[in-house]
Design a protein around this ligand. Structure first.
Ligand SMILES: [Mn+2]
Length: 486
């Protein structure tokens, strides 16, 4: 679906979800401005039980002069109804009958029909989705700073102050120029006095499991959960914190914090929510939702505490020496010399689907691009020992190609334009074992973050240095390694 297709209609209504937040309102406002640029007038509405009371949202509406109406019905001559940050007919949005409707949303798909639906649950905010759709129409954000402010703030609020960005596109939107003074004022108008009371009650409602703090709040905005978990994370005897509240009949909304290198907040959030909702974020901060009971949530947290094997490369005995030998098939992969992209010494961030990797540009450091688009750094001498450079231009079919950003200048480059093909030399031999339990591996490379393996993945190490072990995705391993005689 493209915005250009939707712009074939005349009387368009943009509907926000009930109890609107900054993401739905900001995204609807941006869409309204897009249609305006095509000389199409639109109306922004929302239904439900109550009008907006949230102080920061009222401030946003006022500051950007957003016209939004709390309505009981939509005009009879509506040609197209677009639900924004929600899905036509879903539970969180009042259903206004309209023959022709479209959906622009980033939540899990709840509806199966509809010709005009753009639903991308991998994005952290609807603002990110609208930004992507408008970029594809070459919308001029620099000339329309209020639109940039609306989208930025939508993303900001849906990700707990950018702490729970998920997709590379979220991180790209987070870099958009915006009105810092306005965002600062909005940031400091997020709670009301009654909400402060909810926070204070939650702080006293503790039920921790070992060093994982569990705190229950009364039903409240996700912001309030995030605020509370930030405070609780400061407690010296806790490594990780989950603050949650029950919403609706049987759902739990959670905010997660971690200060331990053995627990990634995004991972425990994903673990707890797996199959029952969705959870994600980054290493230190994450959030999630499950359609399950409170006791289910507590049981999952208990399960997490024993679900993983921990391996510290070089310290933990892995017994890989007794495993089978595998030869890496000579499948071409990509590589980039960091100094081909940026001047030596530049502080770089490689933005990947799995998260950001920080590096310095150096003659000695190359970046490898695997067959699934996964990237990892490699030292030049290791590269020369293990790979032969090919003379063909690099191409990739991976879903998302990493970008590399100079952290000082903000310069952004697509890794594809600088990459070349190489093939592993025949002598890359590893010993490997399929793992049957969730496993965290701290590699030589990064002592702050671990690689997570799931059952079916492989624990492997170069035959010449068995202590330098790492995880290889099960599918990638099967595709790119073959067993050889011992
Ligand atoms: Mn949203």
């Amino acid at each position: 679906m493209t915005l250009q297709e939707l712009a074939q209609n005349k009387n368009i209504v943009l509907q926000c979800h009930d109890i609107p937040d900054a993401d739905t309102v900001g995204a609807a406002f941006a869409l309204q401005q897009f249609f305006k640029s095509k000389e199409i007038e639109t109306q922004i509405v929302y239904g439900g039980r109550a009008p907006i009371t949230k102080p920061s949202l009222l401030m946003l509406i006022d500051a950007l002069d957003i016209k939004i109406d709390f309505v009981k019905e939509i005009p009879a001559n509506t040609d197209l109804l677009i639900t924004v940050d929600c899905q036509y007919g879903a539970g969180n949005v009042q259903k206004f009958e309209c023959k022709n409707w479209a959906v622009i949303d980033h939540h899990r798909a709840e509806i199966t029909e509809g010709n005009n639906t753009e639903i991308r649950p991998t994005l952290a905010s609807c603002a990110t989705l609208v930004w992507d759709l408008m970029q594809k129409e070459n919308y001029d954000f620099a000339a329309n700073p209020l639109v940039a402010d609306a989208l930025y703030y939508g993303l900001f609020t849906d990700t707990n102050g950018l702490a729970e960005l998920r997709h590379p596109l979220d991180r790209d939107l987070a870099d958009i120029p915006h009105n810092k003074a306005l965002i600062k004022r909005l940031k400091n108008a997020t709670i009301t006095l009654p909400e402060l009371k909810i926070i204070s009650n939650a702080l006293g409602n503790e039920n921790s499991i070992g060093r994982i703090g569990l705190f229950k709040a009364e039903p409240c905005d996700p912001n309030i959960l995030g605020f509370t978990s930030d405070v609780v994370m400061q407690v010296n005897s806790l490594d990780c914190v989950i603050v949650y509240c029950t919403v609706g009949d049987m759902g739990q909304k959670l905010s997660v914090r971690s200060c331990s290198r053995e627990i990634m907040a995004s991972e425990i959030a994903g673990f707890v929510c797996a199959g029952k909702g969705s959870g994600g974020g980054n290493i230190e901060k994450a959030g999630g939702f499950i359609k399950e009971s409170e006791s289910y949530l507590i049981a999952k947290v208990k399960e997490y505490t024993t679900a993983y094997d921990l391996i510290y490369a070089g310290e933990t005995a892995t017994n890989l020496e007794t495993e089978k030998r595998y030869r890496k098939k000579p499948i071409p992969v990509g590589f980039v010399k960091t100094t081909d992209m940026f001047a030596s010494g530049s502080a770089l961030t490689v933005r990947t689907l799995e998260g950001d990797i920080d590096l310095k540009a150096s003659e000695d450091i190359y970046i490898m691009i695997g067959i699934e688009g996964e990237v990892y750094p490699i030292l030049k001498h290791k590269f020369n020992k293990n790979y032969t450079i090919l003379d063909t231009k690099y191409e990739s079919k991976a879903e998302y190609i990493p970008t590399v950003i100079d952290r000082i200048s903000g310069d952004k480059r697509n890794i594809l334009s600088y990459a070349h093909f190489c093939t592993p030399k025949d002598d890359k031999i590893v010993k490997a074992r399929q793992i049957s339990k969730l496993t965290k591996v701290f590699s030589y490379w990064d002592t702050e973050k671990y690689f997570s393996g799931k059952p079916g993945d492989y624990l492997a190490a170069n035959e010449s240095d068995l202590a330098d072990c790492y995880i290889i995705n099960g599918k990638i391993f099967v595709d790119s390694y073959e067993e050889i005689a011992s």
